[in-house]
Write a protein that binds this ligand. Structure first.
Ligand code: 3HC
Length: 288
């Protein structure tokens, strides 16, 4: 298979990442079927596309024909069979829970055509953790986008020992077709490049706040003004999802048993209160 053979992409999950990855692929000319178990999430994803595309046209950033093509390319369904049955490429952006991902990859192996590549957009989990739930580990890899996926340019592609060079190359080629910059990692490492670097920064920021050395607001002011980051670590975790930070921490702790991998007390507190950040209108900041 070559990148030119990809006509239809299935995006699994209409959440924070999936809804924008879907629009990204549709804008690049691919037929996209976005699937989620929640009809409400799919409705929100569709409403986002219907609002965002015309806004880009009004801003002069997109031609009307491009917006129309993207909208026509998009479909939303709760049926995994319908979304993935004739897909050439699958991007899984479901919840960060290993058992759910493994079940999904086993289902995808059964449902998709034999030539289809199955990629995971997981923030941390390397694809060898899910590849062996399929009978095509050579066609499984990581394709990791950043939030907001329509804006952030980088995509990390990870070629595990099980991934064929062809799969990795097609994924890098697809990344370029989406107008993104790819980095190809030929060794698997939990969290890849960016999230490992971010995790180190976040761990220190959480430690300083947990110790009462500075408030989240003060730490964000320090990081944005001294390091030039567009958002400080607390604003950023509100934006990417405190629930995601919690699940990633718990998943990692369960794998390593190392207490320093546990989510920080501040993250646990926010998670327990259901304050997930922007998506629940409250996190470290309020978004009413
Ligand atoms: N969705 C789509 N587009 C968005 C957007 C969103 N949520 N937020 C902003 N944009 C677009 C705007 O439309 C605008 O586009 P234009 O310049 O072409 O008109 C552009 O982004 C800039 O927006 P604004 O001027 O309104 O706001 P900012 O200049 O503050 O930019 C931001 C917003 C791009 C989100 C910026 O604050 C930023 O870069 N933040 C850091 C994001 C980041 O670090 N992402 C990585 C997170 S880690 C991660 O993703 C890991 C993964 O595993 C979860």
């Amino acid at each position: 298979m070559k990148v030119e053979d990809i006509k239809k992409i299935c995006v699994i999950g209409a959440g924070n990442m999936g809804h924008q990855i879907s629009v990204c692929c549709a804008l690049a000319g691919y037929k996209v079927s976005c699937t989620d178990i929640s009809q409400e999430m799919l409705d929100k994803a569709e409403a986002f596309a219907k609002k965002w595309l015309p806004e880009r046209v009004s801003k002069g950033k997109l031609k009307q024909e491009q917006a129309d093509m993207a909208m026509a390319n998009l479909s939303f369904t709760t049926s995994l069979e319908e979304a993935a049955g004739d897909a050439d490429y699958v991007i899984e952006a479901a919840v960060e829970k290993m058992d759910i991902k493994r079940k999904l990859f086993a289902d995808l192996d059964r449902i998709t055509p034999p030539h289809a590549i199955l990629a995971t957009n997981s923030s941390f989990i390397v694809s060898s953790e899910v590849a062996y739930s399929t009978k095509r580990p050579d066609k499984v890899c990581n394709m990791h986008f950043f939030n907001p996926a329509l804006v952030m340019k980088l995509v990390e592609v990870v070629q595990g020992a099980h991934t064929s060079p062809e799969t990795a190359q097609i994924t890098m080629d697809l990344t370029a077709k989406l107008g993104k910059t790819g980095v190809l990692l030929k060794k698997e490492i939990y969290g890849f490049l960016v999230n490992r670097i971010l995790a180190a920064l976040n761990a220190e920021a959480m430690f300083l706040a947990d110790m009462g050395i500075a408030t989240p607001e003060e730490i964000d002011i320090a990081v944005t003004n001294a390091l030039g980051h567009p958002m400080g670590p607390f604003r950023l975790v509100d934006f990417t999802g405190i629930d995601l930070a919690y699940y990633i921490g718990m998943e990692r702790y369960q794998n390593t048993g190392d207490p320093k991998d546990k989510p920080s007390p501040l993250i646990v507190e926010k998670f327990t209160k259901g304050e997930y950040g922007v998506k629940s209108k409250k996190g470290f900041y309020s978004y009413e």
